[in-house]
Design a binder for this molecule. Structure first.
Ligand SMILES: Cc1cc2nc3c(=O)[nH]c(=O)nc-3n(C[C@H](O)[C@H](O)[C@H](O)COP(=O)(O)OP(=O)(O)OC[C@H]3O[C@@H](n4cnc5c(N)ncnc54)[C@H](O)[C@@H]3O)c2cc1C
Length: 387
């Protein structure tokens, strides 16, 4: 039987980032990543909007993204291989959150914490916000928060960057579906695909929106479910204009894309628990477009070009990442439940999990608040800055 020290199940950003960090941090064992779909058709990483923001309401999420931003800034150098340096099209145009009368007190509370942790966030009047986005109609906006270090990047290039570097450092990859994990009294002993059994004492669940289903399949519980979301790409009448990521009071948000385009998203009626990634085109006219045109009046002439549906890896209990050892199955590690924030948290999550596997402790960033044991201990993370 083939033997491998670590098997990572799932080839999205979490799987490849963990694999990269193991090797970059000097892991001497063998690492095998198993991904079932070579084309990554439904892989959430490839379907993400790519926004990153440090404007969270909890210390752990602020620290996690702050670390991630530092990695993304140096990504080209860190992920360089003999084939070259990846370009992740990172833009630090900022995130501009718009507040209604109801949400403004929470903005002020968050600002205090964010500033204390060294994040450059400014609270603004509606007039100041309009200086950043002059096309904006501020009706109903009572204030705003802006962090110039936030922004967006190209998710698929991030995935390719981690993958290429991890492979260069010696990680092996197989395309197959993991259908079971075998155990003995001490924990994990092997993973099974349809065609082979691979002996290992360490398995990483990096299966994204499928993490709950995969865990159930092997006989343990992980609180993650697929939550469908929608994305719309439009041409705008504005040329040569780069926006910050603008988060409207309605929750509808958009960022710039090349060629006078924007990428827009927001809650629609088709958001639901399902593995079906069908695109809800009518929701653009019903929900997204009215909100966009209301806020940016010249967006009433937007041209909807394309869009897609994708799955959030949603943790329905407290909507935050779950990183660490599974409490009921030794050797089974989790890097799950990012609930729509995985791209912006991956560098910290992968680094932390690699440290836990190799050294049995977090060294770079203490991620113990995100442990899977928090559910039984009643130590949930209450993060109110969710879009
Ligand atoms: C529409 C949308 C917009 C988003 N926008 C943002 C954003 O702006 N910013 C941000 O930070 N995050 C965003 N996210 C969230 C982010 O994309 C995810 O949190 C992140 O990509 C999760 O990465 P992952 O590696 O855990 O999962 P995935 O990328 O889904 O990878 C999991 C992989 O596991 C594989 N797999 C599953 N089961 C098995 C099995 N049994 N055997 C083998 N392989 C298996 C799957 O094929 C898949 O390739 C968005 C997500 C969506 C859907």
């Amino acid at each position: 039987m083939k033997t491998t020290d670590v098997v990572i199940v799932g080839g999205g950003v979490m799987g490849w980032c963990t694999a990269y960090n193991l090797m970059a941090d000097g892991f001497r064992g063998s690492v095998l990543l198993i991904e079932r779909d070579p084309l990554r058709r439904n892989t959430s990483t490839s379907l993400a909007v790519g926004g990153f923001r440090q404007q969270f309401a909890t210390e752990i999420n602020i620290r996690v993204v702050r670390y991630a931003v530092s990695v993304y800034r140096d990504f080209a150098e860190l992920m360089e291989t003999p084939n070259g340096r990846p370009d992740i099209s990172m833009r630090q145009n900022g995130y501009l959150f718009l507040a209604s009368e109801k949400t403004w007190p929470a903005f002020q509370r968050r600002h205090e914490l964010q500033t204390r942790l060294g994040i450059k966030v400014s609270l603004m009047t509606p007039e100041q916000a309009c200086e950043l986005v002059p096309e904006m109609d501020p009706t109903g906006v009572v204030g705003a928060a802006f962090c110039p270090d936030d922004g967006y990047l190209d998710p698929y290039s991030v995935l390719q960057g981690f993958e290429a570097k991890a492979r260069h450092l010696g990680v092996k990859c197989e395309y197959a579906e993991v259908i079971d994990v075998e155990k003995d009294g001490q924990g994990v002993t092997a993973v099974k695909t349809k065609t082979e059994t691979i002996a290992t004492r360490t398995v990483v669940n990096a299966t994204g929106a499928w993490a709950g289903e995969f865990a159930r399949q092997i006989g343990v519980e992980v609180p993650v479910r697929p939550w469908r979301r929608q994305v719309y790409v439009c041409r705008t009448p504005l040329s040569g204009r780069e926006f910050p990521m603008v988060v409207d009071t309605t929750g509808v948000h958009f960022r710039s894309e090349t060629g006078n385009r924007i990428v827009a998203a927001g809650a629609t009626a088709s958001d639901s628990v399902t593995f079906d990634v069908a695109w809800d085109k009518p929701a653009f006219e019903d929900v997204i477009w009215p909100a966009l045109a209301n806020r940016i009046p010249c967006f009433d002439t937007l041209l909807l070009e394309k869009g897609w549906g994708g799955l959030y890896d949603e943790n329905p209990i407290d909507h935050n990442a779950i990183i660490g050892r599974h409490p009921d199955l030794p050797g089974f590690y989790l890097i799950n439940g990012f609930s729509g924030h995985g791209l912006m948290q991956a560098p910290a999550a992968g680094k932390g999990l690699a440290e836990l596997i190799m050294r049995n402790e977090f060294r770079t960033l203490d991620l113990s608040d995100l442990s899977p044991t928090r559910f039984a201990a009643g130590k949930l993370i209450v993060e109110e800055a969710i879009i």
